[in-house]
Ligand binder design. Structure first.
Ligand SMILES: [Zn+2]
Length: 271
């Protein structure tokens, strides 16, 4: 199987039994256990155990296999070799292309479940017949899958990097400064604003690095790097409890390898 996930959205696509089914139930994904790993079940296997309850969405291809996202109304009754695992555990133990496909499945299903009625007039929506969107049969309002942009930034000061402990982090973990883009805001201003609001310092030389979807449920993370300009670290005490400059010899716990935060940290610190 090609180790690449290609995003496609042909709403007329029918599944064949060899295609792959990404079944999501309450933030968990259905996998088939083999001796020492797990795999995404085929549509045939999903049909055999009668798990395909709700809408199916074609989300793309892996090699010549089409990928379909679907969820269930209630916890599926699974044969012994099937298991629901958290998307986080799936991310840690899977190849990146499978995590991307699972993330897109989760994002599309979350959008499907939160757009069953028109936000303008309240009428029940329908799936559009020619593109991945919902349409209101009463007022013609069209609703596309939701994507919320957020920035994350690696700030450098000489050979050190700014890392912060967020109030929501477990295990005394430290990560980069991040935050959602405000309506009407330029990305570079978001980067400056978030850093100043959370740790009270000014930065310069803001450069875009790369991006990564974070489909839990619908963020798109835009990764930047920047340099320290002025000011002393002063945390807000609510969102950020502690922040400091760290060099490679005194690193705290940092996010896992599949996250954009970790990729940025590794890139700027040459880890
Ligand atoms: Zn409407």
């Amino acid at each position: 199987m090609d180790n690449k996930f290609e995003i496609l959205s042909d709403v007329t696509r029918e599944y064949s039994e060899d295609d792959l089914g990404f079944v999501i139930f309450k933030g968990n994904i259905l996998v088939k256990k083999t001796s020492n790993s797990s795999s995404i079940p085929s549509m045939r296997e999903i049909i055999e155990v009668n798990l395909n309850k709700n809408d199916k969405f074609f989300i793309g291809k892996i090699g010549d296999k089409a990928c379909f996202a679907m969820d269930c109304d209630s916890e599926p009754r699974m044969p012994e070799n099937f298991q629901l695992i958290s998307l986080r555990d799936f991310a840690i133990n899977s190849e990146e292309y499978l995590f991307l496909a699972a993330g897109r499945a989760n994002q599309i299903l979350h959008w499907n479940n939160t757009h069953k009625f028109c936000g303008s007039c309240g009428t029940k929506t329908e799936n559009k017949v020619d593109e991945l969107a919902k349409v209101c049969p009463s007022c013609s309002n069209v609703m596309y899958p939701v994507i919320c942009p957020a920035i994350i930034v690696a700030v450098k000061r000489d050979d050190k990097i700014l890392l912060a402990h967020n109030a929501n982090f477990k295990n005394n973990m430290y990560s980069l400064i991040a935050g959602f883009v405000e309506a009407g805001e330029e990305l570079e201003r978001t980067v400056e604003r978030e850093v100043f609001e959370e740790v009270g310092i000014k930065i310069k030389n803001i450069r875009y690095h790369h991006s990564s979807p974070w489909s839990f449920p619908n963020s798109l993370m835009l990764g930047f790097v920047a340099d320290y300009e002025s000011g002393d670290i002063k945390v807000d005490g609510k969102e950020i409890l502690h922040a400091d400059w760290f060099d490679i010899d005194n690193f705290p716990n940092i996010p896992e390898k599949f996250t954009l935060a970790r990729k940025l940290i590794d890139a700027v610190m040459n880890i």
